[in-house]
Design a protein around this ligand. Sequence first.
Ligand code: AMP
Ligand code: MG
Length: 306
Amino acid sequence: MILPPDDAGIARAAEILLAGGNVALPTETVYGLAARADTEAGIAAIYRAKGRPEFNPLIVHVASLRQAGQLALLDERAELLAMHFWPGPLTLVVPLRDGAPVVPAVTAGLPTIALRMPAHPLMQAVLGKVGLPLAAPSANRSGGVSPTSPEHVRVSFGQEAPAVLDGGVCADGIESTIVALRETGWQLLRPGPIAEPAVAALLGDAMPATAERIEAPGQLARHYSPGKPVRLGAQLAEADEFLIGFDNIAGDCSLSPAGDLAEAAARLYACLHEAAASNRPRIAVTTIPELGIGVAINDRLRRAAA
Ligand code: AMP
Ligand code: MG
């Protein structure tokens, strides 16, 4: 079921969520499969629908800094980052507040919580209408290619697809940057639309992100998989390869003919979905500069190829 991007669609999405159900919602990064964070059933349904391992916590989306403060302990660094980057594609991993109205499955039992205030007007409208924080991981089967359109959500879940609020194509097209604030410094858990130097300009250099345990699926070596072998750094395609191009290498699907990295990020998952659906058994991807959001694109491509 596609919900239209108007007052009626927003109201219907809010109604389903308030009743404890799931709806796929557009954000500026990718579509999220949402449920209220304080209700066991909706959260369990997310893990089930995605086939997501239970150790893999969810990002909680909030409407305001005040709402974030009800869920987590926010220090000056968190407030500084929120002031600069919220609403927007930055997720903060911060200490969970005692008694926060969040079921344990949301944080996978961790003493921390991942929080983000999204910028997408439809997501903001639903958050406002529901009046509660919403957990929302990417609206795709676990390990697969993330959705940047309602059609991607439908393809990923097939018969079991949830209702989708139609926000068209996601502008950033790549998952949020995840920053963990630790007692002695900060770590980049997942590169994303907000590049590391922009965070370092406010907090100083990051500590190395040595994961004692896996906290983020962004950290799993294999993720974002199109279900076919992926070869990186290709200049030319073999006969049985679908080539994803960039800049002056056109390929079968170009991330950006103009060589624009923001456009490449926005088109990355659409090209991977197209490559997955093509009749060629293998995928080749040309070289993407390791610059700005290019770092996040290459991170996703490496995991898609793993
Ligand atoms: P996605 O499924 O793409 O929405 O990804 C959600 C991301 O947030 C994953 O990488 C999670 O592991 C990460 N995340 C959520 N909560 C936490 C947390 N408390 N600590 C570290 N990472 C988290
Ligand atoms: Mg995901």
